[in-house]
Design a binder for this molecule. Structure first.
Ligand code: SAM
Ligand code: SF4
Length: 339
């Protein structure tokens, strides 16, 4: 990346929210087909030549970090499908004032790469796992890979990619009887479990408010077996954390739909094809790929990305509007935007 001469300016929106967290989707492709995320026959992939290259990614992330981003989360699609994943992490870690780096993954390739990721500078991983039953896993993801996830989690823990967070989405009549077993298993295996409310972000038309499992449902189900006490400091974290049976272990609930946390949101997003978004649910996105591929000098490109980041941040709305009767789903699914 070229020399950065322009003065620094933090990413503050018109509601005073300072943005510190950048979620970067490395690919929209995935090795699973979780029913709430993408249909089994999904084929509307981003063209390979539209994906940001390693160098383009590192330049854009570098500008974001220089603009005040302190936490970079790599996601997708499935980020471990990117062949350059270790180089991307190493490159981010080599930036001046490197940010904290985490990765959200389905863990299928984690056993293979956990140590390399750690050595390259990755700090921790969030693994997505919605069930403890191999059979259910197959039904929920259309792939028979439960054991690979468990092996991936163990490898991540052995490599020191900790605290290891596990994210679970509960679906009514599918796996909503697993809240308690998942938490029991998490406590026994040193996982930091968080339940995520299902959001209207699938590539089909699956989500419906009347059938979603809410934070209230999850909390009351867990309280049948555990005592939950709110952890007081939340900051900009999306998860409401609860001590389990007095702590120190905790469980989180990410209630994006029923208890939105937009007023504390500090997140921006970069899609795999180089579009900045200021919210998962934003209707607009702003292209940086064309700047990166223009004939401009490296310095002009850097300034262009920096300017776009400011504009995108300033344009952020106060909330995602899911609870507004006129809410319209984003055009792209979670796998393309980056969860
Ligand atoms: N493939 C990786 C994984 O599954 O961890 C990273 C990308 S995935 C889109 C990131 C997270 O989004 C996962 O934890 C997944 O469960 C969650 N997710 C996907 N679709 C969702 C939806 N409609 N509502 C809530 N969470 C969703
Ligand atoms: Fe793939 Fe993650 Fe979506 Fe599941 S949730 S289909 S693992 S991107």
């Amino acid at each position: 990346m070229g020399e950065l001469r322009v003065s620094k300016s933090e990413l503050v929106d018109s509601y005073g929210r300072v943005h510190r967290d950048l979620r970067v989707s490395l690919t929209d492709r995935c090795s699973l087909r979780c029913t709430y995320c993408m249909p089994a026959d999904f084929s509307d992939w981003i063209a390979n030549d539209s994906l940001l290259t390693t160098d383009e990614l590192l330049t854009v992330i570098g500008v974001a970090v220089d603009s005040g981003i302190t936490q970079v989360r790599l996601t997708g699609g499935e980020p471990l499908l990117r062949r350059d994943i270790v180089d991307v992490i190493r490159g981010i870690n080599a930036l001046p004032q490197p940010p904290r780096i985490s990765l959200t993954t389905n863990a299928l390739r984690l056993a293979e790469v956990a140590q390399d990721l750690k050595d390259a500078g990755l700090q921790r991983v969030n693994v997505s796992l919605d069930t403890l039953s191999a059979e259910r896993f197959k039904a929920m993801t259309h792939r028979d890979r439960f054991n690979d996830v468990i092996e991936g989690i163990k490898a991540a823990q052995a490599a020191g990619l900790t605290p290891l967070k596990v994210n679970s989405v509960l679906l009514k009549g599918v796996n909503d009887d697993e809240a308690i077993p998942l938490l029991r298993h998490a406590l026994e295996n040193d996982w930091n479990l968080r339940f995520i409310e299902q959001m209207p972000l699938d590539a089909g038309d699956l989500w419906a408010r009347p059938v979603m499992v809410t934070a209230d449902d999850i909390q009351s189900e867990l309280e049948r077996e555990f005592t939950l006490t709110p952890v007081p400091t939340r900051g900009s974290a999306p998860a409401e954390e609860f001590y389990v049976n007095g702590g120190p272990a905790t469980v989180g609930i990410i209630a994006s739909v029923t208890r939105p946390f937009c007023s504390a949101c500090d997140r921006l997003r970069l899609t795999a094809d180089g579009q900045f978004r200021n919210c998962l649910f934003a209707r607009d996105e702003t292209d940086v790929r064309s700047i990166m591929r223009s004939d401009s000098s490296q310095e002009e490109k850097i300034q262009g990305v920096r300017d776009i980041l400011q504009v995108v941040t300033k344009a952020k709305l106060p909330g995602h509007g899911i609870n507004d009767p006129n809410f319209i789903k984003p055009d792209r699914p979670m796998s393309a935007i980056g969860g």
